[in-house]
Write a protein that binds this ligand. Sequence first.
Ligand SMILES: Cc1cc2nc3c(=O)[nH]c(=O)nc-3n(C[C@H](O)[C@H](O)[C@H](O)COP(=O)(O)OP(=O)(O)OC[C@H]3O[C@@H](n4cnc5c(N)ncnc54)[C@H](O)[C@@H]3O)c2cc1C
Ligand code: SF4
Length: 338
Amino acid sequence: MAVIRDVMPAFELLQPNSVAEAQSLLEQHGGDAWVLAGGLDTFDWLKDRIKRPKTVVDLSGIEELRGIRPTSDGFEIGAMTTLTELVQHPVLRQQYSLLSEAASVVASPQIRNQGTIGGNVSQDTRCWYYRAGWPCYRAGGNICYADTPEGRNREHAILHADRCVAVNPSDTAPALIALDAKFVIRTRQGVRVVNAEDYFIGPDIDITRLHILEAGDLLTAIQLPSLWAGANFYFEKVRDRNVWDFPLLNVASAMFLSNGRIDRIRIAVNAAAARPLRLTAVENAVRGMPANAATGEMAGKLAVQGAVPLQFNAYKIPLMRNLVKRAIGGVEEAKWAS
Ligand SMILES: Cc1cc2nc3c(=O)[nH]c(=O)nc-3n(C[C@H](O)[C@H](O)[C@H](O)COP(=O)(O)OP(=O)(O)OC[C@H]3O[C@@H](n4cnc5c(N)ncnc54)[C@H](O)[C@@H]3O)c2cc1C
Ligand code: SF4
């Protein structure tokens, strides 16, 4: 299907100054409205004419959605805070460096200056077929073009596929899961606060979106609890090119050690499935064990249990095994190296 990249089709642009006003506009326009944050994902869809909203609600004028604030239990990040702000914030760099590091490897400096944390965790999948307007399952059709013998599926899922084999491409999402972040959502019914891992959904729940937001909902902030501040962190992203590129896989872990043994741990990977995966079986298996290469080896094997490769992405299985291995064993190695 040809992709047209000339001027964008016309839409009504609404620019509210407050969350309350934005929400009322979203309620008024229902499914016809599109939330605009930094525009990096949004404008691709609009320019390619694959998504054609009648109304766009631009959040850029809402001051209350910006900034990083201390709370009684950690920090709160407004959804419109840019990725660059996360990278540069001195306290985040010191106490929640996992998130700053994940944000620092998103795309390019220009994209990080414009892209927001709310947009980064709410962005859509990059599956070629879907982005080019092919009428696949995710687009309402009855076929997956990527899951065919000749399909281009090198970047696609190895776990939890259900008709669609596309993955979530966010680099910050696994870091937020490892930090046990809470997502604050304004819905018609009021404010809802969900655990980071519950913000994301797979095609088994809804094949048309990667997160729980419904028409009219707004992600307003992300809270980082103090419980994981200053933990031993590990983040690693593997991509085709070490300039701007989406992850082939990434891993994020946070752990506290006691006498060299893992006391508390959270670990997540992304780009392995349609939602970032918290690896709870791994967390349970390594608690109480030394954070060394042998424990990492065991954790890596456990992490990929049940993985099913497509025609061109079998490499992701050893890759994920090794990322998990390093995320656990790497903490001790890093300590010795420093
Ligand atoms: C060339 C390129 C390379 C990239 N590489 C990477 C990469 O390596 N790693 C990575 O993680 N990301 C990457 N990205 C994504 C980028 O980081 C953006 O952060 C992300 O696409 C969207 O952020 P945005 O603020 O521009 O949001 P937008 O594009 O405006 O919004 C994205 C989606 O989220 C919804 N949304 C945004 N904010 C809210 C909110 N507060 N409430 C409800 N819905 C909301 C919008 O409606 C839209 O559907 C890349 C993007 C591009 C264009
Ligand atoms: S992987 Fe998902 S988004 Fe891509 S073609 Fe298949 S159904 Fe569509």
